[in-house]
Design a protein around this ligand. Structure first.
Ligand code: KMH
Ligand code: ZN
Length: 271
């Protein structure tokens, strides 16, 4: 089995300090969180940034500052910036940070209800983001919240807009998308076009741990972190993003699955 790539989504756009006091917000806090997560076994950091007041932002300057701070602490780590941003962010702002040419960026494959909000992803915007990433040599991670989005990605691949090998992240448990029921994960994996496709799972809230454990036994990869879940166990807040990474890395090793270094993750993704 491939070594396990662990992505850590350290900040997100919707999580607040009120919900999770250890949420990293400033570039220095994000650098510390990333360094600790990498030490615990993460090889990819899924990155959102915040403004001075802690509000979600797609500011290019803020992304630059955070990326530089993270790279100073952990030069090796792969950084995957968010082009999803916060619900309601304009597509222009979501696209701008691609100018920084990170190694990876997220690409959301469809519009959906997102809790009490609507997360808009117009087909033409999805194509624009995908084309921009391709022009700039940025590897897209395909964010899939329900089965129709996976089928949309496969259509884009047939049209030549997305290239193989594709790299899917199944984000399960958002109210409005598929829940973290294991049958949903099995179904999504069964729809994958060929064995070369990479896939991982990001379970939201209480789904994070059971989905992570199932994915790592099935040959998939795993995302954890405060973007998706702030708890370590029922009613108990996690102390840090690294604590969530460390648990998955420990379970993987116990089950005989090697944890990928950033170098290994680049090899797996063909970067
Ligand atoms: N904040 C969510 C609405 C991504 O990073 O690309 C979208 C999101 C996905 O977080
Ligand atoms: Zn995100």
């Amino acid at each position: 089995m491939n070594p396990l790539m662990i992505t850590c989504a350290i900040t997100g756009a919707e999580t607040t300090k009120a919900k999770q006091p250890a949420l990293p917000i400033t570039p220095q806090e994000q650098a510390q969180a990333a360094a600790d997560a990498v030490k615990a076994g993460a090889s990819i950091i899924h990155l959102h940034v915040r403004d001075e007041d802690g509000n979600p932002s797609q500011s290019v300057d803020r992304f630059r500052e955070s990326i530089q701070a993270i790279k100073k602490r952990v030069p090796d780590v792969m950084i995957q910036i968010s082009t999803g941003g916060a619900v309601g962010e304009s597509i222009e702002n979501r696209m701008k940070p691609l100018s920084l040419k990170p190694e990876m960026a997220s690409l959301n494959l469809g519009t959906m209800n997102f809790g009490d909000d609507v997360f808009y992803n117009h087909p033409k915007d999805i194509v624009s983001l995908a084309e921009k990433m391709q022009q700039l040599g940025i590897v897209p991670e395909l964010e899939i919240y329900e089965a129709g989005m996976l089928e949309s990605a496969l259509r884009l691949q047939k049209q030549g807009i997305l290239k193989e090998p594709m790299n899917f992240q199944f984000v399960l448990g958002v109210p409005g998308g598929m829940s973290g029921d294991l049958r949903n994960l099995m179904h999504l994996v069964s729809l994958l076009p060929n064995p070369d496709a990479h896939w991982g799972v990001a379970g939201v809230g209480r789904f994070q741990l059971p989905l992570a454990v199932h994915a790592l036994t099935m040959g998939g990869h795993v995302r954890v972190g405060f973007e998706d879940n702030v708890f370590y166990s029922k009613g108990v807040l996690a102390q840090s993003n690294a604590q969530l990474v460390e648990r998955v890395a420990r379970i993987a090793r116990e089950m005989g699955r090697e944890v990928a270094t950033p170098k290994k993750s680049r090899e797996i993704l063909g970067i």
